[in-house]
Design a protein around this ligand. Sequence first.
Ligand SMILES: Nc1nc2c(c(=O)[nH]1)N[C@H]1C(S)=C(S)[C@@H](COP(=O)(O)O)O[C@H]1N2
Ligand SMILES: [Mo]
Length: 199
Amino acid sequence: MSSFTPGFRGRARPLADRLPPGQYPTEQFPVLSAGPTPRVPTETWAFTVTTEDGRTHRWTWDEMMALPQQDTVTDIHCVTRWSKFDTEWRGVSLDAFFEDVETAAEYVVVHSYGGYSTNLPLEDLLDGKAWIAHAYDGYPLSPEHGGPARLLVPHLYLWKSAKWVSGLQLTLKDEPGFWESVGYHNYGDPWREQRNWGD
Ligand SMILES: Nc1nc2c(c(=O)[nH]1)N[C@H]1C(S)=C(S)[C@@H](COP(=O)(O)O)O[C@H]1N2
Ligand SMILES: [Mo]
């Protein structure tokens, strides 16, 4: 995926086909954080996947960077109604982490440094749909946008893309995360406008 033409897919597709209902396009990249920005040095950063029976898989920064790296160009959609087209990321597909993870769980709670959490079905992280992203627009991901690394799940509203990601907890039962427990939609599909509980 290293050869792409930035913006090409965008210009080739009419706006109505790529702007979910109730959204507006923006060139800005707003920062939306529920609390202070944690500073996590890559020397101490680690990403863990914990299975439903408590087995832990752990990757240090260097181990994560040694996994296959992918460049991704994608549109992102925030529930506060901005969408940003053709954002350019570099990171590691969740499929690479899950190569050695054996699980019967169907749900995931994503955890972040600083305490944020969000939940989603495991299948929404696999098959090329999600990344641990550490670079944006050709530069290391800034702390405000989740650096050193964040989850990127572009097919769901951006609150699912946990910044400063620290790990995944696999669960047999679906458990709401931070925003989901205070009224945001449990799944958050922008194309079905799943903003709030009950949408
Ligand atoms: N750890 C953490 N991740 C988070 C958030 C947060 O407050 N803390 N906010 C979420 C929300 S609501 C949005 S819209 C996006 C915003 O990402 P951005 O600040 O890079 O635009 O991050 C998501 N990930
Ligand atoms: Mo958001």
